[in-house]
Design a protein around this ligand. Structure first.
Ligand SMILES: Nc1ncnc2c1ncn2[C@@H]1O[C@H](COP(=O)(O)OP(=O)(O)OP(=O)(O)O)[C@@H](O)[C@H]1O
Ligand SMILES: [Mg+2]
Length: 183
């Protein structure tokens, strides 16, 4: 079983492969609706309707190093296996939005996993990409935008170890305040 944060890592990798430069990651833990959703939106190359219609077929891939793509089929199996769903909206030349939902109380729902580490890893490996991360629970909202950090540290790389450490701690404490990230 894969943690949901590993699926998020996969889906964001797709956005990066599609040349996205601004990527939104939103996680919503809605205890009242008993639903955990995540939405990844990018401004990458997008897909045409035909591609979107076949996207859950493992043989639908623009990969060149192997002939199957597993990121989306695995996510779909995981979400539907816990009474959830995956929705895709995409426009060629504009970008893509992928939303996945999981029923929180479902016995087969994977844990969210280490979302703070996932976000830090994405920033460390892709310092030129802007990530906007929002995390919502019934207790509040946490918001983090790499553009704010980049403005403050003008000239220094966001991938510096001390800065990454700061970001990791900032996310961890922000999530603690809203009771997020532990589902
Ligand atoms: N955000 C996106 N923007 C544009 N195209 C996308 C996006 N996400 C997926 N695709 C297209 O859908 C295909 C299938 O994606 P999927 O993640 O299932 O497999 P993959 O990325 O090809 O391979 P793997 O995830 O196993 O490395 C991709 O090859 C790509 O053509
Ligand atoms: Mg993929």
């Amino acid at each position: 079983m894969r943690d949901i944060s590993l699926h998020i890592l996969d889906i964001v990798q797709n956005s990066i492969a599609a040349q996205g430069t601004t990527i939104y990651i939103e996680i919503d833990e809605d205890a009242e609706k008993d639903l955990l959703t995540f939405t990844i939106s990018d401004n990458g190359v997008g897909m045409d309707g035909q591609m979107v219609d076949h996207i859950f077929n493992p043989f639908c891939t623009t990969r060149t190093t192997r002939k199957v793509g597993l990121g989306l089929p695995l996510l779909k199996a995981s979400a539907e296996g816990s009474d959830g769903y995956v929705h895709i909206e995409s426009k060629q030349g504009e970008g893509t939005q992928i939303k996945a939902a999981f029923k929180i109380s479902h016995i087969d729902r994977p844990p969210l996993g280490k979302i703070d580490e996932t976000i830090v890893t994405l920033i460390a490996c892709n310092p030129d990409i802007d990530f906007i991360y929002t995390h919502i629970t019934n207790r509040g909202k946490f918001f983090f935008d790499t553009r704010d950090i980049k403005n403050k540290i003008a000239g220094i790389s966001i991938a510096q170890p001390e800065i990454l450490k700061f970001i990791g701690e900032y996310i961890e404490s922000g999530l603690k305040k809203i009771g997020g990230g532990a589902t």
